[in-house]
Ligand binder design. Structure first.
Ligand SMILES: [Zn+2]
Length: 145
């Protein structure tokens, strides 16, 4: 779930099981990105937040932090964040001026995914991190973000 390099810790918040469960719908994860970024950037850890954004495979979110945070710290923060999201009645910053694809939002489906993920974080949490790094046919290296 986390990897440290160059003074930063990347947390992989895996919302669905890759290639076994459906990925999160693009509009739902986009809304989740707006809401999670808003919560983290206004939270008690806001000064250590570097980045909050969705995985390209749409199975989770990345949160990059400075400072020292454990997986358990991030689990507790994410639980608070998701509980806050579930109280929200609109997605922030969804105008053409503030979002690159402002029509691609789905708050009800975002809430559905957040409820499901919250249940997992509270009741079925496990953390494992296997660094993926493979050599491509042309010799270049692919590593997950
Ligand atoms: Zn946006």
């Amino acid at each position: 779930m986390s990897r440290e390099d160059k003074g930063f810790t990347t947390f992989d918040l895996r919302i669905t099981e890759p290639n076994k469960e459906p990925a999160v719908a693009p509009a739902a994860i986009h809304s989740m990105e707006h809401l999670m970024a808003t919560w983290f950037r206004n939270s008690q850890v806001k000064d250590d937040v570097v980045y909050v954004g969705p995985m390209g495979c749409l199975t989770g979110m990345y949160i990059i932090m400075t400072g020292s945070y454990t997986v358990e710290d991030m689990r507790q923060l994410t639980i608070k964040c998701l509980e806050w999201i579930l109280t929200q009645t609109e997605v922030p910053a969804t105008t053409p001026e503030t979002c690159g694809n402002y029509l691609l939002h789905d708050l009800p489906m975002c809430h559905w995914e957040c409820r499901r993920y919250l249940d997992r974080l509270k009741n079925y949490f496990h953390s494992e991190y296997t660094k993926l790094q493979i050599m491509l046919n042309d010799g270049r290296i692919f590593a997950d973000a």
